[in-house]
Design a binder for this molecule. Structure first.
Ligand code: GLA
Length: 379
């Protein structure tokens, strides 16, 4: 039995009826482009969240997380799903969102979550809990939703009930990932294609830094982009090519908004170019685009921090590393590093010691694989 199912039996003193898994994601390139109608290029990773669950015959919806044992079992009534300002609001938001999408919701169920995704590290623990909840609801109560709709419901839950105006990338990657592939997603149309990762190794370094203002700063970036798009009279920034942007950018009178727009427009082009480079097997070009992406996130979008700049900068100097950049929303969290397989061990040794020496923190480092999106799994 897997850990979630074993913990379910221990906590609820009964057997689960189902277990599902939803992966976290790492974004290779295309950062802060999704809500600007542009390309993202993430992959689902072999770290994520399991959820074991069983129906109940009463009106109780009960939630337990092996990651937050101190919180105990958190209970809601099916007819009163008001937020309680705790982690269980995430799955509850998904239940409310299923109802908002017109699906009949369970009267009662027990859920147990267990996983290995670091919380708040930019690897989409929120999306994974949303998508795993959606997958469980779909399978346990035979709700006719597709994986893609599960992603959209997860995003709706986060926008409407959690209050983060996130784009679709994280939930989409968690729901739609493909083993050994990255997903090039056009966040405007939801058209997507897969690109094989080949021999390149993906290594994630967790800076261990979390910024409490990350979600308000995220929402602020989004507003700045909307204001820039309004000044340029376009529906979204990523509908512009860099040339079109250059010829019209003076219409954006606010300097900050112009910098944000510049990042979005050029990052969108970098994401499309990077996916094409990967398909041609040109890993050096791919890496160079990752490095430029980091510089743009640091200088124009201003969502990096000293620790991420240090990690990306040091990684970019190591022979065998194609490229390195911060990944996810920013303000702390992780870097993603693409390298030759033979470089992984020495990379880990060098980065660990340099980071420790500079910041006194032992960084967690994960050498990850791209995996399939959320699905039912063995109990
Ligand atoms: C967070 C959001 C995503 C995306 C990234 C930045 O992870 O959830 O939708 O906007 O930040 O690329």
């Amino acid at each position: 039995m897997n850990k979630a199912s074993l913990d379910f039996e221990r906590i609820y003193k009964s057997c689960p009826q189902i277990c599902c898994f939803a992966p976290g994601r790492v974004n290779l390139i295309g950062e802060h482009t999704d809500y600007n109608g542009g390309y993202v290029f993430p992959c689902a990773i072999n770290m994520g969240i399991y959820c074991a669950a069983a129906k109940r015959n009463d009106n109780a919806l009960r939630f337990y997380s092996s990651e937050f044992p101190g919180d105990g079992i958190i209970e809601y009534r099916a007819d009163d799903l008001r937020m309680k300002k705790c982690w269980a609001d995430y799955p509850v938001s998904v239940i409310r969102s299923f109802a908002a999408f017109g699906y009949e919701m369970p009267s009662g169920a027990d859920f147990l979550f267990s996983g290995d995704l670091p919380d708040g590290a930019g690897l989409s623990s929120s999306a994974a809990i949303e998508v795993v909840t959606g997958t469980v609801l779909r399978e346990l109560f035979s709700v006719p939703v597709t994986n893609q709709e599960t992603a959209l419901i997860g995003q709706f839950a986060e926008n409407r009930f959690i209050g983060v105006s996130c784009g679709i990338m994280d939930q989409f990657a968690s729901a739609m990932g493909s083993k050994d592939h990255a997903i090039l997603l056009d966040a405007n149309t939801l058209e997507y294609s897969f690109a094989p990762l080949g021999d390149a190794a993906i290594v994630i370094v967790n800076s261990g830094v979390k910024h409490s203002l990350a979600s308000s700063a995220y929402n602020q970036r989004r507003r700045e982009c909307e204001s820039a798009a309004g000044a340029l009279k376009v529906p979204s920034l990523c509908s512009l090519s860099p040339d079109e942007f250059e010829s019209r950018k003076m219409l954006i009178t606010d300097d900050i908004c112009r910098k944000r727009a510049k990042h979005a427009v050029y990052e969108n082009k970098r994401a499309a170019d990077a996916a094409a480079a990967l398909l041609r097997g040109e890993l050096d070009s791919f890496g160079a685009l990752m490095n430029s992406s980091h510089a743009s996130l640091r200088d124009d979008y201003e969502v990096s921090c000293e620790e991420l700049d240090f990690l990306a900068g040091k990684a970019q100097e190591i022979p065998g590393v194609y490229g390195a950049r911060m990944t996810g929303g920013g303000f702390g969290g992780c870097t993603v590093n693409l390298m030759e397989r033979e470089t992984v061990n020495s990379f880990i040794t060098v980065i660990k010691s340099q980071y420790k020496e500079r910041f006194g923190i032992d960084p967690e480092i994960y050498s990850v694989k791209a995996v399939n999106g959320a699905a039912i799994c063995e109990m």
